[in-house]
Design a protein around this ligand. Structure first.
Ligand code: ADP
Length: 189
C-alpha cells in the first residue's frame, strides 16, 4: 500500500497536485479541509461545531479531526493507498496516524513537502479568494492560517525527517513540472 502525505503551507498547491497523483497512482484522496467543508455545507453536527474555528483560520481539535479521518479511511479497505492532503497538521495527528496504520501493519511511505515561500503563498491565496470566495481566504484569516502553519504544523517536518521519510519538492513553477517531480519521487519508493 502506498501512503503518501502531501505537505505544505496553505496555498502550496496540495489540492491541485493531489488530483494528479490520485489519477496517476490510483490512490484515494483524503483532504481534511475538503471533509470539513463538506460537513459545513451539509450543516452536519460536526460542521456546526467546526464552522467558526475554520472561518477564523484556526486548527480544529486533533481528536475531532482524527476521528473524521479515521471514518473516511475505513470506507476504503481495498484501496491501493491514500494521499493525505492537509493532514497531519500537528505532531499529535502524525502520531495518531502512525498508530492507526501500525495496527494494520501499514506505514507512511513518504512525505512530500511542497516548498513555497510566504510571499508566493499570499499572492496565490489572494487570487484564489476572488474565485472561490472561501471565508477563510480573507486577508486577516489568512494571516491566522499562516501563523498556525508556522507555530504548529511545521513541527511535523522533523517528525518525519527523523523517520527518513521526508522529501522536499519545489512547489513554484509550472504545474506540470511540479507534478512530474512528485511522480518521480513516488515512483522511486
Ligand atoms: P489550506 O488551503 O489552508 O491548506 P485546507 O483546505 O487544508 O486549507 O483546510 C482548511 C481549514 O480546515 C484549516 O485552516 C483548518 O481550520 C481546518 N483543517 C483542515 N485540516 C485540518 C487538520 N488536519 N487539523 C486541524 N484542522 C484542520
Amino acid at each position: 500500500m502506498l501512503n503518501i502525505v502531501l505537505f505544505g503551507p496553505p496555498g502550496a498547491g496540495k489540492g491541485t497536485q493531489s488530483e494528479r497523483l490520485i489519477e496517476k497512482f490510483g490512490l484515494v484522496h483524503l483532504s481534511t479541509g475538503d471533509m470539513f467543508r463538506m460537513h459545513i455545507s451539509e450543516n452536519t453536527e460536526l460542521g456546526q461545531k467546526v464552522k467558526q474555528i475554520i472561518s477564523d483560520g484556526l486548527l480544529v481539535d486533533d481528536s475531532i479531526t482524527f476521528a473524521m479521518l479515521e471514518f473516511e479511511m475505513s470506507k476504503h479497505p481495498e484501496s491501493k493507498g491514500f494521499i493525505f492532503d492537509g493532514f497531519p497538521r500537528t505532531v499529535s495527528q502524525a502520531e495518531s496516524l502512525d498508530k492507526y496504520l501500525a495496527d494494520k501493519g501499514l506505514i507512511i511511505s513518504k512525505v512530500l513537502q511542497l516548498d513555497v515561500n510566504e510571499d508566493v503563498i499570499k499572492e496565490r491565496i489572494a487570487l484564489r479568494q476572488k474565485v472561490s470566495g472561501r471565508a477563510d481566504d480573507g486577508a486577516d484569516k489568512l494571516i491566522k492560517r499562516i501563523d498556525e502553519y508556522f507555530s504548529k504544523t511545521v513541527h511535523v517536518l522533523p517528525y518525519y525527517a527523523s523517520q527518513n521519510k521526508l522529501e522536499k519538492i519545489s512547489g513554484v513553477g509550472e504545474i506540470d513540472v511540479i507534478s512530474a517531480n512528485l511522480f518521480d519521487a513516488i515512483s522511486a519508493i
